[in-house]
Design a protein around this ligand. Structure first.
Ligand SMILES: [Zn+2]
Length: 390
């Protein structure tokens, strides 16, 4: 963080670390009455991960300011570059911490969350001489921020398959997380005749298979569905399974389409329970709305990308980013940079410096267009879908 902070200073910014661990660089504009433009991402990572996730968004933003300083560009509007603290949530199992602190979205008990060694988040921050007070008024509000921009590696294979270095993000899809529990009857694997069984695992297997078939029935949609966790009881080769619990992760950029799949899934679970004479219970763990990138920011990016000689290409983000939270505060835009084989959260994660350069150029041109527009003084994101349905 000290190194990144020194790069911010070299680029002509004053940098501070707030009490939550966010590193903020300020490139002061001439007119303090204008709302700020905020750009950023994160430099924290996962325990077994790469060097590009988040980092290119912070370093790219610093490069944008560096270039402005070298070209002696003096701005009317203030720009702030943020390296958000703890986006990944790797230590306290709850991410997007810094960005939620900056926008007043922290939950009361959050400072008491513990890591695997029993250290609380409050203590961990105290250890590096940070004393956060989550009752402080947030730094960013719809009244003082005009827009947020983030550049990030794609973390998926779409740009590579299109042979494109960068893409314009249409929005971050909202995940629906469910936990499904099937309960049947256990019995001796050698004794209970097939016609008399209530096998919870067979029921779960049917749902898992048909859910996958359902979500991939139309591959022209970006809808994704995953069962990533299963617990089988008693999990013994000589016993029919009595109770199976598994999770559902369903994401889409269009809430109506996600709802359609959700309804089909509930139907599938009901029919399966009847077929195998199982009881079932469904718990909804998370139900987030998609957050759409602002149409006017996408338009600027499309024009600038065309000017740079690349056909604009739009894609959705399945993973969340700091943008997901900033979206509640102001209009936002995101640039995705191609990453090799779509691999991320892995030590072999890789993005080519030439692609990152193109992404940073697009970021620079977008920033220039936004800061030069004096009339942009209204924050608040309308979060309207301008995605074409097909
Ligand atoms: Zn990230």
């Amino acid at each position: 963080m000290d190194l990144v902070s020194s790069w911010m200073n070299e680029a002509g910014m004053t940098s501070t670390i707030d009490s939550f661990g966010n590193l903020i660089g300020v490139y002061e504009g001439n007119d303090p009455s204008l709302t700020r433009l905020v750009i950023g991402s994160h430099i924290d990572t996962q325990p077994y991960a790469g060097r590009f996730d988040g980092t290119i968004g912070v370093l790219g933003a610093i490069e944008v300011i560096q270039l402005m300083q070298e070209n002696h560009i003096k701005l009317e509007r203030t720009i702030e570059i943020v390296s958000f603290a703890d986006e990944e949530g790797a230590r306290f199992n709850k991410g997007l911490f810094g960005v939620r602190a900056l926008t007043g979205k922290l939950e009361a008990e959050e400072m008491e969350l513990k890591d695997i060694n029993g250290t609380t988040r409050a203590q961990a921050l105290k250890d590096i001489e940070l004393y956060p007070n989550h009752m402080e008024p947030p730094r960013y509000t719809p009244e003082n921020v005009c827009a947020f921009l983030e550049m990030h590696i794609e973390q998926g294979p779409l740009l590579e398959s299109q042979n494109l270095p960068v893409g314009i993000v249409s929005g971050i899809s909202g995940p629906l997380w469910l936990t499904v529990e099937f309960e049947g009857h256990s019995g001796h694997a050698g004794a209970v005749p097939m016609g008399l069984r209530q096998d919870a695992l067979v029921g779960a297997a049917r749902v898992i298979h048909l859910f996958d078939e359902m979500v991939k029935s139309d591959l022209s949609h970006p809808t994704v569905g995953t069962v990533g966790f299963i617990n089988n009881f008693p999990n013994s080769r000589n016993t029919i399974s009595e109770k199976v619990t598994f999770t559902i992760d369903l994401r889409d950029l269009l809430p109506d389409r996600r709802k359609k799949y959700e309804d089909q899934l509930y139907q599938l679970i009901t029919t399966t329970a009847q077929m195998y004479q199982l009881n079932y219970h469904i718990t909804e763990d998370t139900n987030s709305d998609p957050k759409y990138c602002a149409g006017w920011i996408k338009e600027i990016m499309q024009e600038e990308l065309t000017e740079m000689g690349q056909e604009p290409f739009e894609l959705m983000s399945g993973p969340f980013h700091d943008s997901l939270i900033m979206a509640d505060c102001c209009p936002y835009g995101m640039i995705f940079v191609r990453c090799e084989k779509g691999l991320s959260h892995h030590p072999n994660e890789y993005a080519d410096i030439e692609d990152i350069t193109i992404g940073t150029q697009l970021l620079y041109h977008t920033v220039t267009r936004i800061v030069n527009n004096k009339h942009l003084n209204v924050g608040g994101n309308t979060n309207e879908s301008n995605i074409q349905t097909s």
